[in-house]
Design a protein around this ligand. Sequence first.
Ligand SMILES: Cc1cc2nc3c(=O)[nH]c(=O)nc-3n(C[C@H](O)[C@H](O)[C@H](O)COP(=O)(O)O)c2cc1C
Length: 384
Amino acid sequence: MTLIPHLFQPITLRSITSRNRIVISPMCQYSAHDGHLDDWHLVNLGRFAVGGAGIVFTEATAVQKSGRITHGCPGLWCDSQIPGHARIAQFALQNGAIPAIQLGHAGRKSGMQRPWFGNGPLNDQDFARGDMPWPPVGPSAIPVDAGWTVPHALSVEDIEQLKQDFAAATRRALAAGYKIVELHGAHGYLLHSFLSPLSNKRDDIYGGDLAGRMRLVLELAEVVRAVWPADLPMFYRTSAVDGTPDGWLLEDTVALAKELKARGVDVVDCSSGGIAGPATSAAGGKRQPGFQVPFAERVRTETGLASMAVGLITHPEQAELILAEGRADLIAIGREALVDPSWPLHAATALGYDSDFSTWPIQSGWWLVRRQATSEFYEPKGMK
Ligand SMILES: Cc1cc2nc3c(=O)[nH]c(=O)nc-3n(C[C@H](O)[C@H](O)[C@H](O)COP(=O)(O)O)c2cc1C
């Protein structure tokens, strides 16, 4: 009997079964038009479905127009945006992958530069390109950092509107055919900024102690769960730590995860950082392989919730070990999937799960197994 590597063991969450444990992490493309997805998004995400991933995430999608990170970020704030998402969801399903979407609001970081134009606040060059600013919002009138626009502190009425918009966007995500919804609670965007004591200085029910700072996230989790069908899974992406002792801490994440579990969240996706700049994975300094795995491990151990590990997981054996050691239930791959969109198919070979292209799409696998049996391959001699 051949043992199935952990990475290729299916996982069932509510009524949804993923063919393996590999998730393509949400990755912004900054290429939407007035929040609408186009062919780029279909082909970009489609290649990951064809590449063998179990779950494929569509990038951070704004529930309000003003909640986009950049002018190029997608939304689900209106019905005309549904078809672009529906094509992606349908293609993923047709190719064996579970389509998932990350819903969020960029908060204090909304209306910033596309990364290739600087990844900071919009400036005159961006205005000249037509990327005009809009007023950002946050828990308190505290900017991300020096040089960033001071956000408008959301009123309780604004928060009620936000809840309605999260509910409406969730309904549209369902109509588009997604099977997993994730709340984006990481990287310094709106939800994270309410959690962190560094950015939330409110003195009403949405601020103060841990319970107050968690209130918005928990209310939004309830709102989304109420709309999202009971047989479909819900994920939450956390910035597990801010990275400073006076910020959001890992024990706060554990406390939050317990509350999210009680509200029907199935998986906590464990990232970090971003409250005053880029997320940890994009910030300066050298990161170690799997640097965020300890967060996924701690959440999983202390809450009994399923967890997803992400961040510099690049090698199949590394991913397999994380699962085998019980440190996470799912492995999210981001940048390595940009290097190799067929990473899951190659991982299946590397882990001895597929020696005959049987996990490949039939259109390719049928030929490749025959080529393998009948061909000799060029051996590099080293170019002088
Ligand atoms: C191009 C790009 C876009 C990203 N966009 C998002 C996003 O939309 N939402 C999110 O939560 N994280 C986003 N991230 C972070 C990734 O999901 C992931 O957490 C991070 O890249 C670390 O994983 P990796 O080392 O496997 O790339 C993005 C990363 C990249 C490289």
